[in-house]
Design a protein. Structure first.
Length: 417
């Protein structure tokens, strides 16, 4: 039985006592207690407070699936939940993310009609990204099954959300775009993996977001069956009539290759993140492809095999990208990044356009000088005598900070001369 904890004695206990009294049996063996739904400030919803959220209005504006997902994932068994419409709106964006990912997969299936190598005749040639996403999907399936058995539905939904958004959509789909352009065999193998991962995710998400997943799954099923060599799901030999009666993903034992594939791909992800962060910090134009030198040590073979992926995701120039096991001296005029046991050297000169940097620095200098003039005039007037001493001290400290900033900017401008 599933109910709120506030009627545990008034309703649940009395049902058990009545069952024992009149039938000699208890009416249910397990009671799942959910918390109460409160407003975003933790207050009980009441007409007196004027904080009641009408679920029908929310469903009309933001979608039923978004509200369901928010209520299921945003709570833990027995604890109250503070419902915010911002959370529902964020989960509506998640539903849009599912749609966008599905459109990409359906597009890949449409392109598969023109492949010269039939999908079913192609032996899988999994890349590192393929191995990683399938390993993570396998782990997710095992974790969700365990959490469902322990009634941890909110945590199960959160893990599915993180996998779909942060791993499948943000990383694997970007790499799949590259693999789909590599030719018939790789495109066939990648398409098959895309279908398998999306199909499994939709099955796992269906209890949380039944409407959007049922609709998308129907399109996925139709597109897969329309191919000359149809793609079957990974959970049986045929597609079921509807997702609501489809097989639940069966957890499989961990394979020996999973840990290594995950570790290798995590290294690639960390390298790409580090380079992207540096590019953002230095305001490097997104259209500029930089050369790079990687000193891999024991991870050199992995970096060499994944050089194309790294270059594409981090916007590096593959033709000027070098991967070596050891390096005697640090290259001159470079910025060094250290990711685990790997060192990355990027040329400072090519990271910033001198003219653009000059314009940016001159703009910042003008803003700083304007603040300096304002503060000097303020502190030279009646304000310094009439205002509280602590307020005056704060303004004086601001003046010192702006002068320091202006000096640093002037120093940087001199290096560009």
């Amino acid at each position: 039985m599933e109910t709120g904890y506030d009627i545990l004695f008034f309703w649940v206990a009395r049902m058990i006592m009545d069952g024992l009294e009149f039938t000699g049996e208890i009416p249910f063996h397990t009671v799942y207690l959910h918390g109460l739904i409160r407003d975003e400030n933790g207050r009980k919803m009441s007409k007196t407070y004027g904080n009641v959220i009408d679920p029908l209005v929310v469903m009309d504006e933001l979608g039923t699936d978004a509200l369901r997902f928010t209520l299921l994932v945003g709570s833990t068994p027995g604890n109250d939940m503070n419902l915010s419409l911002k959370k529902v709106e964020a989960n509506r964006n998640f539903a849009n993310k599912i749609w966008n990912a599905a459109r990409f997969v359906l597009g890949a299936l449409d392109q598969a009609k023109d492949l010269h190598v039939p999908l079913e005749e192609t032996e899988p040639i999994p890349s590192l990204a393929d191995q990683w996403i399938l390993a993570r999907l396998s782990i997710l399936t095992r974790d969700v099954e365990r959490l469902f058995q322990n009634y941890q539905y909110g945590e199960a939904g959160r893990q599915i959300f993180d996998f779909f958004w942060n791993e499948f959509a943000d990383w694997y789909l970007e790499i799949a775009k590259l693999q789909l352009t590599e030719g018939d065999r790789m495109a066939s193998s990648t398409t098959r993996n895309l279908v398998q991962v999306l199909d499994t995710c939709l099955r796992l998400l269906h209890p949380f977001t039944p409407f959007v997943t049922e609709e998308i799954w129907g399109h996925l099923k139709t597109a897969s069956q329309e191919l000359q060599q149809p793609i079957n799901p990974g959970h049986g030999s045929e597609w079921e009539k509807a997702l609501i009666i489809a097989r639940w993903p069966t957890p499989r034992p961990a394979s020996h290759w999973e840990d290594q594939a995950i570790a290798d791909f995590l290294l690639i992800m960390d390298l790409v993140r580090a380079i992207r962060n540096l590019r953002a910090e230095k305001n490097v134009n997104s259209k500029v492809s930089l050369p790079a030198t990687f000193v891999g040590g024991g991870r050199t073979p992995v970096l060499q095999r994944q050089s194309n992926t790294i270059a594409s995701l981090a916007r590096l120039d593959l033709q000027r990208m070098t991967v070596v096991e050891k390096l005697g001296e640090k290259p001159d005029g470079t910025v060094a990044l250290v990711v685990g046991s790997v060192e990355v050297y990027l040329p400072m000169a090519e990271m910033v356009d001198p003219e653009e940097q000059r314009k940016r620095l001159e703009k910042e200098l003008a803003e700083s000088m304007g603040q300096i003039e304002r503060l000097e005039a303020l502190l030279a007037g009646p304000f310094a005598e009439k205002a509280p001493s602590d307020v005056v001290d704060k303004e004086r400290q601001k003046l010192v900070d702006y002068k320091d900033k202006a000096a640093k900017i002037n120093s940087q401008l001199k290096t560009l001369e």
